[in-house]
Design a protein around this ligand. Sequence first.
Ligand code: FE2
Length: 263
Amino acid sequence: MLVESKISQVNMQAVCQQTQNLWQKRQHKVFVFRANGDIKDIGQFYQSMAKQLGEIQMSGEDVTLGDRNVQRSGQLWSQVCYDPQFPNAYRHSLNAQPLHTDGSYVENYDCTFMYCIRNSTVGGETIFIDSQAIIDDLSTADPELLSQLTSEMMVHSRSGQTRKQKVLTALNDSWFVNWNYYCVSTDLNEQQKQLVSRFQHYLLNSPGIKANTIAVKLAPGDAVLFKDDQLLHGRNAFEATEVAQRHLYKCGLQVGKPLGQNQ
Ligand SMILES: [Fe+2]
């Protein structure tokens, strides 16, 4: 599931090449890049790396533009930056963020690339669970819920975009997942509403989910790239006393082949 590489000014191209090769292997889903300290301008470095890794998606969002439906900025990067003036936005709060996919409401969203400027907090790890681990756990913990998640279409909407997709889809020997509790459409029937509550409750409380979730703490200069639709990710809560004490930038990239529309 997780591949960790050391990255520096001098080996970036080789690391990109290696990452693109490993990307083809379905068992590799999270790529962590650990900086060696020689990166002078972290933002410029990862901007350049993002372009080498894949096709960049101008899917940036900006909380200062308004509510959740009008936050598309037309920019590449979104800031994930602790700022207590936005307590209700996960990108800016210090709360634990439940497991989700970033592309829940975006068609053909492939992967997320995120780099760290600062993270001098207690907690704040990014967490991941493999879609296969969810399937394995659900098959014994709640097969009925698994059956519903693999058969019911679910609509997610935000920022003027909508995506209709089953929460769990098997394709080419892999399990794809599309889920964000906070972006599920408000226009659902009673059965769908129950399914949404039940799955979120399961994710928050299942011992199997907890046991199979891995945590990655990024340090300044580090980055992570992950297959958004083949795992769920989230964040541990953290303690912070000043603005930008945890400060990351993230963007959407097209590295591999995303799950097609309405599969
Ligand atoms: Fe996310």
